[in-house]
Write a protein that binds this ligand. Structure first.
Ligand SMILES: Nc1ncnc2c1ncn2[C@@H]1O[C@H](COP(=O)(O)OP(=O)(O)OP(=O)(O)O)[C@@H](O)[C@H]1O
Length: 442
């Protein structure tokens, strides 16, 4: 490895099997160009002479054979690492690829269904991204399943989702590219379910129920398409296996046959003893992974929401300020939650609240900056007296067809102003509340 400086640009020479790890602050932008050789960013190859921009990012550019990179702009930190777990990650990819080929030739049910678990910031999402991009580079079409509601990836925070990946994940926009382009109808829309909470444990009953709905949709899709590429599931970080109420449910529900445990020996030992019928593999945490602060995560999420509405510098999109009268819409939420706005029980009922009871939200000032999911449910199907015992019939697990953000509440006029990717009147009137908030900043 060597580095030489030329004005603001710095040239980095990577040897075979080395990676350049860098950190860029949110207010700064750096440009990266591959001058010679070959290199990849979490599995996606850098184009020769293409210029990539990074801002508010911790990342790594890896080279199998060696390369020269030119970085222009100021990184908070940048260094070349000689030791990486990339050999192991590549071996996992090759094993999964073999399973795909076998499944295609014999039994589609043997296609790899992979779940990645581990503590916070252990590199789960980065590994998912790498395995998905490697698969796509070989012409596979795996589904990316995000069971991490804290982190906005292909959609808004507080959701879970499944997305078909048919090309390597874009270097600059990453999974965010799917959030933005799907909001404006440019790619196949990911299947997104509004969960409404940050952590799976906040409402484990609902989380499990939504996982089941997602699993059913995934199974239907893979069956119909005869898709042997399988699924790769990213999960919320946790360390205490005993206290986790959702992972084992998801393993069963999604038919997981390969569990990758990243960076936690104890978790690996517990799961490999407990889950005898599936393959449990231990992978090291990359030395490059960075512990993100709550504010860094918040800024990352905020950027994804902004991109959903406005696109990126290279792919701009428009959103529209729309007046919505309270009487035109129905806002519902699922489960009891102290920080949600006032709700009323369905009329004429005095039943007990459960974690999956559907409640009607009375719009008030606390809705300001909320991100609401727009659903396909017809208004008449969710009139209070037509909901069944758990209110499930209408909205629990229904697909979010889009999102709006509440920018102003006018209680005196009984209306609110929302930001919507679609111009004019809201195309659908049944909205699902979630705890995620977003405030537009210039
Ligand atoms: N090899 C690497 N070099 C530099 N940064 C890295 C590397 N691998 C991952 N990162 C960065 O480290 C951070 C944590 O990684 P990642 O998001 O993959 O972890 P995670 O386990 O999915 O986190 P969580 O589940 O807590 O959301 C991210 O900002 C990611 O871009």
């Amino acid at each position: 490895m060597s580095a030489s400086t030329n004005k603001e640009s710095k040239e980095w020479v990577l040897g075979a099997g080395e990676e350049l790890r860098f950190e860029v602050a949110f207010k700064k932008t750096v440009q990266v160009r591959l001058k010679s050789g070959n290199a990849e960013y979490f599995g996606t190859e850098l184009g020769p002479e293409a210029v990539y921009q990074f801002s508010g990012t911790n990342g790594a550019i890896f080279s199998w054979q060696g390369c020269t990179l030119v970085i222009t702009g100021e990184c908070e930190s940048a260094y070349v690492a000689e030791e990486t777990p990339m050999d192991m990650f590549a071996n996992v990819h090759m094993a999964l690829q073999q399973l795909r080929v076998q499944a295609r030739n014999t039994d589609l049910k043997a296609a790899p269904r992979v779940m990645i678990v581990g503590p916070d910031d252990s590199g789960k999402t980065s590994l998912a991204r790498l395995l998905l991009s490697y698969a796509a580079r070989m012409g596979e079409r795996p589904l990316f399943v995000s069971l991490d509601p804290l982190e906005a990836s292909v959609s808004m925070p507080s959701t879970i989702s499944a997305t078909l990946i048919d090309k390597p994940i874009a270097i600059e926009s990453g999974f965010m590219g799917y959030a933005q382009s799907s909001s404006h109808g440019q790619t196949e829309t990911p299947l997104v379910l509004q969960y409404g909470y940050e952590q799976p444990e906040d409402n484990a009953t609902l989380f499990n129920m939504l996982t089941d709905k997602l699993a059913a949709a995934i199974n239907r899709r893979l069956d119909t398409e005869k898709n042997a590429s399988g699924i790769i599931v990213d999960t919320r970080g946790f360390s205490d296996v005993a206290r986790n109420k959702t992972i084992e449910h998801a393993i069963a529900s999604l038919g997981i046959n390969t569990l990758l445990v990243v960076g936690n020996e104890r978790m690996f030992s517990v799961y490999s003893n407990k889950l005898r019928s599936i393959t449990v593999l231990k992978l090291p945490r990359s030395g490059g992974t960075v512990d993100r602060s709550a504010s860094f995560r918040q800024q990352q999420n905020s950027r994804i929401v902004r991109q959903y509405f406005y696109g990126t510098d290279s792919q701009k999109a428009s959103s529209f300020s729309t007046v919505v009268n309270f009487q035109e819409i129905k806002i519902l939420r699922v489960g009891e939650d102290a920080i949600a706005p006032t709700s009323t029980l369905p009329l004429g009922e005095d039943r007990k609240l459960t974690d999956t009871t559907v409640l009607s939200v009375e719009p008030d000032e606390s809705l300001i900056h909320s991100i609401l999911a727009v659903t396909d449910a017809p208004l008449e199907s969710v009139q209070e007296d037509s909901m069944d015992v758990d209110g499930e019939k209408s909205v629990v697990g229904i697909q979010a067809v889009g999102f709006i953000s509440v920018t102003k509440i006018e209680m005196d006029k009984k209306r609110m102003i929302v930001l919507s990717p679609v111009p004019g009147r809201l195309p659908k009137q049944v909205l699902l509340y979630g705890n995620a908030k977003w405030m537009e900043t210039i």
